[in-house]
Design a protein around this ligand. Sequence first.
Ligand SMILES: Cc1cc2nc3c(=O)[nH]c(=O)nc-3n(C[C@H](O)[C@H](O)[C@H](O)COP(=O)(O)OP(=O)(O)OC[C@H]3O[C@@H](n4cnc5c(N)ncnc54)[C@H](O)[C@@H]3O)c2cc1C
Length: 455
Amino acid sequence: MTAPERLVVIGGDASGMTAASLAKKMRPDLEVVALEKGPWTSYSACGIPYVIGGDVDSIEELVVRSPEQHRANGIDARAMQEATAIDLDAREVEVRDLDAGRTYRLGFDQLLVATGATPRRPPVPGFLHEKVHGVQTLDDGAHLMRHAKAIGADRVVVVGAGYIGLEIAEAFVKRGATVTVIEREPEVLPATMDPEMGAAVRKAMEGHGIDVHTGDGVEGFDGRAVQTASGPIAADLVVLGLGVTPNSTLANEAGIALGAHDAIAVDFRQRTSADGVWAAGDCCESFHLVSQRKVHVALGTVANKQGRVVGINVGGGYATFPGVVGTAVTKLCNTEIARTGLNEREAAQVGFGYVVGRIESTTRAGYFPGTKPISVKILAQPGGGELLGAQIVGEEGAAKRIDVVATALTARFTVEDLLHLDLSYAPPFAPVWDPVLMAARKAWDAVQLERTTRG
Ligand SMILES: Cc1cc2nc3c(=O)[nH]c(=O)nc-3n(C[C@H](O)[C@H](O)[C@H](O)COP(=O)(O)OP(=O)(O)OC[C@H]3O[C@@H](n4cnc5c(N)ncnc54)[C@H](O)[C@@H]3O)c2cc1C
């Protein structure tokens, strides 16, 4: 009797376990072994800030499916097992059993690398100190929570004003800590939002008692204070919010090709450069449908979809992941923040000219109780008015409007197409011209004006 074909998955979270579950469901004869170096599988890292802030009671509530539950579904899910090397010639993975302290080799027919990403650390002295926390896995979140409880953590410094930094800052404010956010760029959310939209977010942060230091680089941490260009800031705990780098070293050391931002290079079916080896999630690159470039987008939305594609392909079907338009949403206390497509800097980087439509409006009819402010910015190409991207900052009911623009971007709309969309209206939900349509109208006006001036 021949041994069953074996899929080995490295990384037991969003992309890895989505693929493992689907492949097993489609091909019950397939042996699926999932290696996870931490104690948990299939968890929501996105929920960590809400556990820290007390909206969710415990870390355990973020676990969607435990290793035991996966095993009950026929997947050999192994926690505390770290893949330390991939041998493509022998078609084996070297595994370190972190509980037993032994190393073994595990053969594979097909392999999925789903190792996620690692928070960036500033290359200055002291940032490997035990008081400096990066948050990526549930284990990281649990460790941060334990540490914060043990020491009280009255003064928290967040280094980097990316969206995770902001969510963690809000969480510690809710815990009663004094929170400072340090950002080297002139405004918060510098990678995702244009400066004037970032300024609105910064105002909201300050309104919630967060001390925001922009244009200030970190120079070191001595265990008591973060040194910055403008002086020391006392810190019981430091959390990183500088974005992430893909965990691609394991693949790269095996000879698998890397692509954008050192993420694992993949094709539209999530195949890597090595035969029978797939990659999905934060460790690999994606294709950006607007810029038509390979990018690295570390988001759960993307990881789950890429994992699904691998699962179908390994399970004997055919699936592709066409790409992303760069949609993301977050919130800072009452302020909702969303973006999709390209911002001004990204548009310029890929050589697109752009015009801007920007409006200040309200989330419901102006007279309706509970109406909140919303600011929408839309970018479009001059000439044809092709939609390039949008950003939204506002209060309740603002952020999810970005999904209309994300859909329009995917459908390759112009801003004129967008402004003609038959969106819903009633006073409790929107003004008669939805703020997204108003911004599209402004952008279309700018396209026409540019045409006229150009002659
Ligand atoms: C605080 C926070 C908030 C977030 N909020 C959002 C949000 O609101 N919306 C959104 O879309 N995304 C959000 N994300 C991002 C989202 O969580 C990730 O994009 C997603 O989890 C990526 O899934 P993945 O499977 O690629 O990697 P991960 O979820 O990082 O899983 C990789 C797993 O691989 C394991 N691993 C790594 N190396 C090895 C090895 N050598 N051997 C064995 N195991 C290994 C790791 O322990 C980890 O469990 C957030 C992330 C964080 C940290």
